[in-house]
Design a protein around this ligand. Structure first.
Ligand SMILES: Cc1ncc(C[n+]2csc(CCOP(=O)(O)OP(=O)(O)O)c2C)c(N)n1
Length: 389
């Protein structure tokens, strides 16, 4: 029992002092000019792994820019740009095992690619064509059971308590699989974050929770979001170690998340990682950031973006020249352009798609609505009208 009442003393205080330093600090292995600034934070991985990581970042950048273009062409309903945040998604997803669970938010294309999804699958969904697995039912990026990739929720922060519950389930079942969850700085202001962290801390669940602190929750800047000095420090109140890192340095993201994942696997409990990054584009294609932030800020932040840094790092390490690294981006751009052409040529969903995939046996009122639609379409055809462009 804890009685009598007195301040906490002893080793716990020392332990918390060390945790506080991690939560208030800023870890990076490679700086914005690609120079190694902390050898100890470089992950022990091969040159091949480094090239693979860079390639995932390139692929995420390329598919992101195609999704943006396709939205502007009226082919995609909505897109939440990933530009500038590739290092967090790729660096955190890469060290995971196939049987671990990933709970993305809506800005983690890199994590989808790392888990094994192809550009074609992503585009089929985004374009809602005949191969769309969700049959046009929502504009959201879908999850994928094959890759233990849970669908991204539309409500902000919902995935936090759900993923923590899933992590608890893994522990309960005696498995050594873990969960990795992504969410934004804005999500840390929602009750779901606090409920999730509290549960995670009490039950020591095998979870790694990654905050993509991209400085903005649509138009709300980080400083208006919370009065806490850092976001990582919020974990400490719940007994969850928080580590603040440079989210544009993929090497430190990989290192910190892989260590946290292994700790969770061994029964060491959850970790909250605050990855400090910057959203270079709009919040979504429906947003205009010039209404709430200065374009000079974006220009300054271009210098810190993760792909540029990786190119400089790989060049200085003799892994790949900057020229070769840029050529790789060109190559992927052409490859994805070909996929885009193929995907655009696919037939659309059939008109009666919303009458499919719900009932095994349709009730009379649904059959009636279906007949109504058929009749409307016939009349439109007779009148030479079309609802498709
Ligand atoms: C519960 C809830 N409230 C509000 C919204 C509207 N909304 C969508 S995204 C967003 C901002 C989220 O910001 P953040 O968590 O920092 O993630 P980011 O978009 O920056 O990656 C808001 C307020 C929502 N989807 N769900």
């Amino acid at each position: 029992m804890d009685i009598p009442f007195k301040p906490v003393e002893g080793s716990v205080v020392e332990e918390y002092k060390a945790l506080l330093e991690e939560a208030m600090g800023f870890k990076r292995a490679v700086d914005e000019e690609g120079r190694v600034v902390d050898e100890g934070l470089l992950p022990k991985i091969s040159e091949g792994d480094i090239i693979e990581i860079y390639t995932y970042m390139v692929r995420a950048r390329v598919i992101d820019s195609w999704l943006l273009k396709l939205q502007r062409m009226g082919k995609v309903a909505l897109h939440a740009p990933n530009k500038g945040q590739e290092a967090v998604a790729v660096g955190a997803a890469k060290p995971l095992r196939r049987d671990d669970w990933v709970f993305p938010s809506y800005r983690e294309l890199g994590a989808y690619l790392v888990r094994g999804m192809s550009e074609e699958e992503i585009l089929d969904r985004a374009l809602a064509n005949a191969d769309d697995p969700l049959k046009g039912s929502d504009f959201a990026i879908f999850g994928n059971r094959r890759y233990n990739l849970v669908p991204a929720p539309v409500p902000v922060g919902n995935q936090i308590p759900i993923s923590v519950g899933a992590a608890y389930a893994m522990k309960y079942l005696g498995r050594d699989t873990i969960t990795l969850t992504f969410f934004g700085d804005g999500a840390t202001s929602r009750g779901d974050f606090h409920a999730g962290l509290n549960f995670a801390g009490v039950f020591k669940v095998p979870a790694v929770l990654v905050i993509q602190n991209n400085q903005w929750a649509i138009s709300v800047p980080r400083a208006r979001q919370t009065a806490a000095p850092t976001l990582a420090v919020k974990g400490l109140a719940y007994g969850v170690p928080g580590i603040r890192i440079d989210g544009n340095d993929v090497m430190v993201v990989y290192k910190v998340v892989s260590d946290a994942a292994e700790k969770a696997r061994r029964g060491g409990g959850p970790t909250l990682v605050e990855a400090v990054t910057y959203r270079l584009g709009p919040h979504t294609t429906a947003d205009d950031p010039s209404r709430y932030r200065k374009s000079e800020e974006e220009k300054v932040m271009e210098r810190y973006e993760p792909l540029r840094r990786m190119r400089k790092f790989m060049d200085s390490m003799g892994i790949m020249t900057e020229k070769e690294a840029l050529a790789l981006e060109e190559e992927w751009n052409s490859r994805v352009e070909e996929i885009v052409r193929r995907v655009l040529a696919k037939p659309p969903l059939p008109e009666n798609v919303f009458f499919q995939n719900v009932y095994s046996e349709k009730p009379w009122f649904i059959l009636e609505e279906e007949r109504d639609l058929e009749e409307t379409l016939r009349t439109m055809e007779e009148l030479g009208l079309s609802y498709r462009e």
